[in-house]
Ligand binder design. Structure first.
Ligand SMILES: C[S@@+](CC[C@H](N)C(=O)[O-])C[C@H]1O[C@@H](n2cnc3c(N)ncnc32)[C@H](O)[C@@H]1O
Length: 621
């Protein structure tokens, strides 16, 4: 579709012609006190960067803290990528921050007005889009814009929760949404991304993303909080109050670093995909998680019960003034997912689409490599959805004998593939094998081809990965020892590897090498490669050493707390007894001292003094 002409007067706010500082047009002199502390460094990094693109590896790799990742990660636009944003759209982004999402909008749509109330952030959004002449950045709030229906699309990402703060009935929040409705052209849409206050990770004890306190949003923010998020029906009601009809999508682990976006239709069409596509447990960005239940099991239960759509960790909502709206979400699309932590040339997008009576997985690279990569290669063919049980899930509740049988089936498949000289062996692992209802096996999700690993090394890789995955999905008592390494060793023994687990360290070393091939951008130096390998080693060592009791199905915090309280009670009791004993001993000693003093002051003691002195001399005292 042809783009609209990019003229300075393309939107009413551009016609105001106000003063500009650092390339940003000032609509207001007021600042709001919103900072995350990363603003200055992010501005420096963006100003110095040569690759400003939304998938920039250069920027992603320089982010060290969570706040820096938030502004610079190449995954920031993933929650928007599954939507078909019209290329000719005129877009307003409200609360653009440091421009992570603005950049993607500028790459995708014809005209983008980015509005950000904090000057220090707006100047970074400007720096991030300095080569895109279709993007204008304004310092101000929504009330500073001419109230005209000028936009096809309004985008609000991680902002609504701050409007009106923690106040449950804020009029500022209501007015904010009403203003957005007024700015939309007929047929225009709002896309709003926000956490769900009843998100499954919060129910499982993850700290609330704004206050850092576990259960804060579940308890409806009983204390002070910088922000307030909403449940699905609360949010739908807020939008309806502004005359906007909404459609919800669920994002995992959240809208910030998105791996998976699910449409409501997926929950009906293929519930098993709705619980398998997200990865668990969700990462914790700030604070410490309290462990109450396994997030993964909880999610399976909610989806199985038909209510999963209310408990996704974040919502990506599209809303419009009329339901005659053309949907921005492709009608046959059920979900999309991304590989969040890879450099751009290895990052993939997979769209899950309905095709006839079946479902297809369409994988594509997010960026073509400048030079063909040496070593393993990414496969980007379409693949059909195969219904059945994942071998890994079967093993979750299997006895040793059943697990041994599953692992044998897998080894047979692998042996056959190796002897046939197949190239897609790296992913031929138990978690990618489905047992169809007729008991035949199917291999899914072949993503990499070409590797020089032999059969034994592939079996070791499978046992390592399976052991790590099963450790996180089974109760600690399932395994013959207290640490994750014991689970991995046991899986290895059932897969006919040495029962002492001597193979584990070699398998970890090879895995670190493989991960470096996937995880480094082209042209990485050998020092970067060594650093990457050392990091992966450290990660695996830490995982293998972790107590099983600390994993999702380990000891929940309320039981630990109960045990700790009982221990404290016992210690207090012992202390009380010791004090009592000591008091008793003190009293006896005192009585004795008094008796001796009484005796020494007695008349007979004084009269017998010469006799005692004579006796002492005779004894040589
Ligand atoms: C969590 S950040 C999100 C930034 C950006 N949308 C992103 O996703 O990278 C929240 C942003 O909302 C802005 N903000 C807070 N209250 C606002 C309001 N009432 N109107 C517009 N923006 C607001 C802040 O300045 C901040 O940049």
């Amino acid at each position: 579709m042809a783009r609209r002409p990019r003229t300075a007067g393309a939107t009413p706010v551009r016609e105001l012609r106000r003063t500009a500082i650092d390339g940003c047009v000032l609509l207001t002199g007021d600042d709001i006190p919103y900072r995350d502390g990363a603003e200055d460094r992010v501005y420096e990094l963006v100003s110095a960067a040569s690759d400003l693109s939304s998938l920039s590896d250069e920027l992603s790799r320089q982010a060290k803290t969570w706040a820096e990742r938030y502004h610079l990660s190449g995954t920031r636009a993933n929650f928007l990528r599954p939507f078909a944003l019209p290329p000719n759209a005129t877009v307003l982004e409200i609360g653009a921050g440091c421009g992570a999402v603005t950049r993607y909008l500028g790459e995708t749509c014809a005209i983008v007005d980015a509005l950000e109330p904090v000057h220090d952030r707006a100047r970074t959004a400007r720096a991030r889009t300095r080569d895109l002449d279709n993007v204008a950045v304004f310092v101000g709030m929504v009330g500073d814009l001419p109230a005209q229906p000028a936009y096809d699309l309004v985008v609000v990402v991680g902002v609504l929760e701050y409007v009106g703060g923690a106040d449950p009935a804020s009029t500022e929040r209501r007015r904010f949404l009403e203003s957005i409705a007024r700015l939309l052209r007929p047929g225009g849409s709002l896309i709003l991304a926000i956490e769900n206050r009843l998100g499954v990770k919060y129910i499982a004890g993850a700290p609330e993303d704004h206050s850092g306190r576990p259960f804060d949003s579940i308890d409806a923010y009983p204390g002070e909080s910088p922000a307030r998020t909403f449940s699905r029906s609360e949010l739908a009601a807020l939008l309806a109050g502004a005359g906007l009809q909404s459609t919800f999508h669920s994002a995992f682990p959240d809208y910030k670093i998105t791996r998976t976006v699910l449409a409501d239709a997926l929950f009906d069409e293929a519930p098993e995909l709705a619980w398998r596509l997200p990865d668990f447990p969700s990462p914790v960005w700030i604070g410490d998680a309290a462990r109450s239940a396994s997030e993964e099991r909880l999610w399976r239960g909610l989806v199985g019960d038909g209510i999963g759509q209310h408990f996704g960790n974040s919502f990506v909502v599209t809303a419009s003034k009329s339901d005659a709206e053309t949907s921005l979400w492709p009608p046959d699309q059920l979900a999309a997912f991304y590989q969040p932590s890879r450099p751009a040339h290895h990052a993939t997008e997979t769209r899950v689409v309905k095709q006839g009576s079946g479902i297809t997985f369409r994988r594509r690279r997010m960026r073509e490599p400048a030079t063909p990569s040496a070593g393993i290669e990414l496969i980007t063919a379409d693949a059909p959805f195969v219904a059945g049980d994942h071998l890994l899930e079967v093993m979750e509740s299997a006895s040793d004998e059943e697990m041994r049988a599953c692992l044998r089936q897998w080894r047979e498949l692998l042996t056959e593939a190796v002897s046939e000289g197949k190239r897609c062996l790296l992913d031929l692992m138990p978690h990618n094998i489905i047992r169809r209802p007729d008991e035949t096996l199917a291999v899914i999700d072949a993503e990499w081809s070409g590797s020089d690993l032999g059969l034994t090394e592939l079996v070791e890789r499978g046992a390592l990965i399976t052991g790590l995955k099963l450790a996180a999905r089974t109760p600690a008592e399932r395994w013959p020892g207290p640490a994750v390494r014991d689970a991995v060793r046991h899986v290895g023994a059932l897969a006919d590897l040495d029962a002492d687990g001597g193979w584990i360290d070699g398998a970890v070393e090879r895995e670190a090498g493989l991960q470096a091939q996937v995880g480094l951008p082209p042209g990485a130096s050998s020092a970067e490669r060594d650093h990457e390998i050392a990091g992966t080693h450290h990660y695996y060592r830490e995982w293998l050493g972790r107590p099983l009791a600390d994993l999702p199905l380990g000891t929940p915090d309320h039981l630990r707390l109960g045990a700790a309280l009982a221990e404290r009670e016992q210690a207090q009791e012992q202390l009380r007894e010791a004090i009592a004993q000591r008091v008793a001993t003190e009293a006896e000693a005192q009585a004795l001292r008094e008796r001796v003093a009484a005796m020494q002051s007695s008349r007979s003691w004084r009269l017998t003094a010469p006799v005692r002195a004579l006796a002492a001399r005779r004894r040589g005292i």
